[in-house]
Design a protein around this ligand. Structure first.
Ligand code: UDP
Length: 234
C-alpha cells in the first residue's frame, strides 16, 4: 500500500446526486461502499465533509445575510452530512466516530486531535464535522488542516471529473487536463481546485494532494495502492 493513512475530502454536492440538493441515500450508499473497500485493506481514514448540498455561507451572505452567521449555518449543515455518512458506513458494519469542531454533546464527540488519532489506530473511520469551527473558512481548508493534524500521507479530494483542468471540462470540450501540478501553479493560474487558503496551507506544509473522480468505482482503492489516478499536486 502506498498510503496508510488518508484524509478524504467529500464535497456536500457529492451526496446530492441527481437531485442537486439534500442527500441521496443511493449516492450515500455507493460512497460508503467505496470507502469500505479501502477500509478493508487496513487503510486509516479520516473524512472531511462539506455542505454545498444544503447550505453555503458565501451564497447566503451574497443575498444579504450576515457572513459569520451564514457560515455558522454552513458548518451546522456539514454535521447533518456527517451523520448521514456515519449512518451509511455503520449500516455496512464499518465502525466510525463523528468529531465536530462545534460542541454538540448529544450528537457527536468534540474534535480532539489525539482522540481522533487513537480512533484511527483502532481502525475507526473519523468523520470531521463543522469545519474548523470558525467562519470565513471552507471545508477544503479544514481538510488540509485535519490531514496535517492527523499525519495523513495524502489528502484525497473527490470531484465529479477526472482531476484538475485549466477550465471547466463540463463546459469546455478543449479543457486541458493536468496529470501533475505545483501548488503555486494553482495559485498563479487561479485554477478552481480549492480555495487559496487551503492551497497555501498545503503548500507551506508540503501536504501532497490528489484530485480524483469519485464516481469511477474503485478509484480510492486504486490510489491507495499506488496507481496514478487523477491530478497529483505537490
Ligand atoms: N464553513 C465555515 N468554516 C469552516 C468550514 C465551513 O464557515 O471551517 C461553512 C461555509 O459557510 C461553507 C459551508 O460551511 O460555505 C459549507 O462548506 P463548503 O462550502 O466548504 O462545502 P463543500 O463545497 O465542500 O460542499
Amino acid at each position: 500500500m502506498k498510503y496508510k493513512r488518508i484524509l478524504l475530502k467529500l464535497s456536500g454536492e457529492a451526496l446530492a446526486g441527481e437531485k442537486k440538493y439534500g442527500i441521496s441515500t443511493d449516492v450515500l450508499d455507493a460512497i460508503a461502499t467505496e470507502i469500505k473497500l479501502v477500509h478493508e485493506q487496513g487503510v486509516e481514514i479520516g473524512i472531511v465533509i462539506g455542505a454545498g448540498n444544503i447550505f453555503r455561507g458565501v451564497a447566503a451572505s451574497a443575498e444579504g445575510m450576515d457572513r459569520a452567521s451564514s457560515d455558522y449555518m454552513g458548518m451546522l449543515a456539514t454535521c447533518m452530512n456527517a451523520l448521514a455518512l456515519q449512518d451509511a458506513l455503520e449500516k455496512k458494519s464499518v465502525e466510525t466516530r463523528v468529531q465536530s469542531a462545534i460542541k454538540m454533546d448529544q450528537v457527536s464527540e468534540l474534535y480532539i486531535r489525539r482522540k481522533a488519532i487513537r480512533h484511527l489506530e483502532k481502525k475507526r473511520i473519523v468523520i470531521f464535522a463543522a469545519g474548523i469551527g470558525s467562519p470565513y473558512f471552507t471545508t477544503d481548508t479544514t481538510a488540509a488542516l485535519r490531514a496535517m493534524e492527523i499525519g495523513a500521507d495524502v489528502l484525497l479530494k473527490a470531484t465529479r471529473v477526472k482531476g484538475v483542468y485549466d477550465k471547466d471540462p463540463e463546459k469546455f470540450d478543449d479543457a486541458k487536463f493536468y496529470d501533475n501540478l505545483d501548488y503555486i501553479q494553482i495559485l498563479n493560474q487561479g485554477l478552481k481546485v480549492m480555495d487559496s487558503t487551503a492551497v497555501s496551507l498545503s503548500m507551506d506544509h508540503k501536504l501532497p494532494m490528489i484530485v480524483f473522480n469519485l464516481h469511477e468505482t474503485g478509484n480510492i482503492a486504486r490510489i491507495v495502492n499506488g496507481e496514478k489516478i487523477g491530478t497529483h499536486i505537490s
